[in-house]
Design a protein around this ligand. Structure first.
Ligand SMILES: Cc1cc2nc3c(=O)[nH]c(=O)nc-3n(C[C@H](O)[C@H](O)[C@H](O)COP(=O)(O)O)c2cc1C
Length: 489
């Protein structure tokens, strides 16, 4: 080729992600991270929601994180195309972190037959495809490792809903012929979540717990091979580990039951194993309260009799003590949810209805980051939480499903310029504007106001009474409340 001819050739190859199996344009920086503050002066001294955060060398580009959300769309534990699109879309939209939903590290640890699993090496490639894509976009993605305990072998809410409409009265137990495992549902004690409706669990033997620890280690090794950026242990919503910590569901008389120290033994063992095997960020999701004060009085009994557990139910006092122990083991972040272990729960719904638990834990523990979740739906609401130091990160669940572009919309609303995906940049010209710093006041959020909450708990009556720490309410001027009831593990 002559020199003259060469000069007619566009000199730059299209920047692409190296080693990605198909052509994937290279993102100049993580989607949702702030653009250079020297050029975009409004990004100097940014709102906390858009501060980068680093945990054990993993850089999260902002603090608007996706909470885990079961999709009931797996095939014998394998992620499917639905998961690829679902998580891949989030990665295109600038969330600071994405968490793969509750994933069983043993088959009987799934909630429904359609829940994700990671009990087999054969699962690895399907997760790797998703993780490689998210990483190809410079995103961060982790996974929630879960065991459903006595809430396992139950139907997906939309499956049960369809059959209830058609007259199904068989309860919330999936029989073996439909892929369930109703006769081998383990729990700390043989107490059904809802007798006659949910499976009758069997008391987990110590041998079973030992085999579980081994399966947990294997799952962590798979997470390492897949390349996940973090792991969250699911210890909330009335599933196996929460059941162990809770005097309501744990009536054991061995080393795993009775006193507070015994009830928290299993989760601490799992957290210790995870910390030893996993060098990247480690999170733990807790239910900070059973919300049983109205029915059972204070969490701590005033006059415990000889040999009686001094704690009546699981609440914020034990959660705070427990969190400090997790912190001492090296858990990096406590993800503070609530409820799900007792149908008598009276959740006081409202915007940020679980924030006071996160705030309490943040003020009374040390060396652990705190995440909050639950009816957080507007940029100012989320940013205020961080500015007021009530939590370190904000998790969003249903808001992600309603408004997947929330992070970039939040940048616009909070007056900063964040990086959109290169393919979508024409949609964000109103946000990617070079301004003077003085033009923007990020922190005027007090008057943001949230609309009335239209909430309702106990939706199980209609669909799936798994009473699971989820509030079925909405606060939002950005999106109307959905018409349907959702059920949340
Ligand atoms: C469809 C759906 C699935 C969920 N699945 C999970 C899950 O897998 N693990 C979990 O810990 N919480 C799960 N949750 C609870 C959410 O993570 C979150 O704690 C709850 O919805 C409250 O947050 P929100 O008001 O932002 O939706 C789920 C919620 C929804 C809506």
């Amino acid at each position: 080729m002559t020199k003259a001819a060469a000069s007619n050739v566009f000199p730059f190859p299209a920047p692409r992600v190296d080693d990605y199996p198909t052509y994937l344009p290279l993102q100049p920086q993580p989607i949702g991270s702030l653009l250079d503050a020297d050029e975009y002066k409004q990004n100097q001294n940014p709102p906390k929601l858009f501060e980068e955060m680093e945990i054990r060398g993993v850089k999260f580009p902002n603090k608007a994180w996706v909470a885990p959300m079961c999709q009931y769309s797996a095939d014998n534990g394998h992620p499917t195309d639905h998961h690829f699109v679902h998580y891949g879309s989030m990665a295109m939209r600038g969330w600071g972190s994405i968490m793969v939903e509750a994933t069983g590290y043993v088959p009987e640890g799934r909630i429904t037959p359609e829940c994700l699993g990671i009990w087999d090496d054969a699962h690895i490639p399907d997760y790797t495809r998703i993780v490689n894509y998210v990483h190809g976009l410079k995103g961060i993605i982790g996974i929630q490792l879960a065991h459903a305990g006595r809430k396992g072998s139950t139907p997906a809410p939309f499956v049960e809903g369809q059959f209830v409409e058609k007259g199904w009265k068989g309860g919330s137990t999936i029989p073996a012929e439909n892929g369930g495992w109703p006769t081998s549902v383990p729990a700390p004690s043989a107490i059904s979540f809802k007798g006659g409706d949910y499976p009758d669990p069997i008391e987990a033997s110590v041998e079973y717990l030992e085999s579980l620890k081994k399966a947990f280690v294997d799952a962590i090794e798979r997470c390492e091979k897949i390349g996940f950026d973090f792991i969250e242990i699911h210890g909330a919503h009335g599933y196996f580990i929460h059941e162990f910590t809770d005097p309501i569901s744990n009536k054991r008389t061995d080393a795993y039951g009775g006193s507070f120290e015994n009830r928290i033994r299993l989760p601490l063992e799992l957290a210790k194993i995870a910390r030893e095997k996993w060098s990247k960020p480690l999170f733990y999701r807790v239910s900070a309260s059973d919300w049983l004060e109205e029915d059972l009085g204070p969490e701590k009994r005033a006059n415990a009799t000889e040999g009686e557990d001094e704690w009546a139910w699981w609440g914020i006092e034990q959660t705070t003590l427990f969190t400090q122990k997790l912190a001492d083991l090296g858990v990096d972040l406590i993800d503070v949810s609530s409820g799900g272990n007792d149908l008598r729960q009276k959740i006081k719904l409202g915007p940020g209805y679980q924030l006071h638990f996160a705030d309490h834990i943040k003020k009374h523990t040390e060396n652990i980051l705190v995440g909050t979740v639950g009816l957080i739906t507007t940029p100012h609401q989320a940013n205020d939480i961080l500015e007021e130091n009530k939590a370190d990160v904000v998790f969003f669940a249903r808001q992600v499903l309603r408004d997947i572009d929330f992070p970039l919309e939040a940048a616009l609303e909070l007056g900063v310029a964040a990086s959109p995906a290169v393919q979508y940049q024409h949609a964000w010209t109103r946000m990617v504007v070079k301004r003077n710093a003085e033009e923007v006041n990020h922190k005027t959020s007090k008057e943001h106001g949230v609309d009335a909450v239209q909430g309702q708990e106990g939706h199980k009556k209609e669909v799936h009474a798994n009473g699971n720490g989820h509030a079925n309410g909405h606060v939002n001027k950005r999106a109307p409340p959905p018409e349907v009831h959702t059920s949340v593990p």
